[in-house]
Each structure stands twice: as structure tokens, then as C-alpha cells.
Design a protein around this ligand. Sequence first.
Ligand code: RB5
Length: 143
Amino acid sequence: MIAIGCDHAAVNLKQAVMQYLEERKIQYIQFGSSGEPCDYPDVAQQVAETVVSGKAEKGILLCGTGVGMSIAANKVKGIRAAVCNDCFSTRYTRKHNDANILCMGERVIGTGLALELVEIFLETEFEGGRHQRRVDKITKLEN
Ligand code: RB5
């Protein structure tokens, strides 16, 4: 299960991502705007809590830049949200940071690239090992 959310600045990108997930028969639960103005921290909280609760294994948060969503989501304990605009960062935030939420900005990247980033984010495994120790240190910072 994937949790996905957007504010009013990323409605079109959310539609494209939902279509992508449907075509691949990946289940999702969605939150946020269908076009009406809303506040991105509210949506970030809903998606982040869905991930932390275990109801969804990963999340995708979309706003104008992806940045507001990431700042808000990272306030929730257990969330490692990464704003990504390129394939390399997306791949390595999974391999090294075990990121559990991908944030993207509809005003920043095109739909084609965004969908490729979704694919990388969902398919790339965390490497563990020395990276687990570092992720554990991030978790310690939360407490
Ligand atoms: C909304 O105008 C915009 O501020 C929001 O989508 C996001 O980009 C914030 O980080």
C-alpha cells in the first residue's frame, strides 16, 4: 500500500501518479486536494501518519516544490522524507537513507521524470549495513 497526497499545486501530478499506480495494480490510499486550496502540512501529516502506522509501506507527497511537504513530513517521528528531482538522488535516498516518503514538485519537474522517480523509489531496496547505523543515528536525533 502506498499513501499519496498533494496540495492544490500538484493535483495534475497526483492524477498522473495515481494512474501509474493503477496501471501497475499497486494499491494506494490518497489524501489532499482535488483542486481546492489546502495547506500542505495537513496533507503531509496524513500521509506521514499513514506510513508510520504501517498502513502504508511508503508515501509520495506532491506540492509546488516538494519542499514544504518534506519539511512538514519530516516532523513526524519515523519519517524520512526526501525531495528528489533526479534519478540518482532518488535511487540513493532509498539505498542509503531508507527514505520512506518521496516528495516532488509539480512546478519543478515534468510528469515523465516524476513517474520514473516513482518507479525508482518503489523498486530500490535499502542497502542496510553501515547505512543502517547512520539511519539509526537519525532516529536517535528524533528522541
Ligand atoms: C503552494 O502555493 C505552495 O506554496 C506549495 O505547494 C509548496 O510548494 C510549498 O512548499
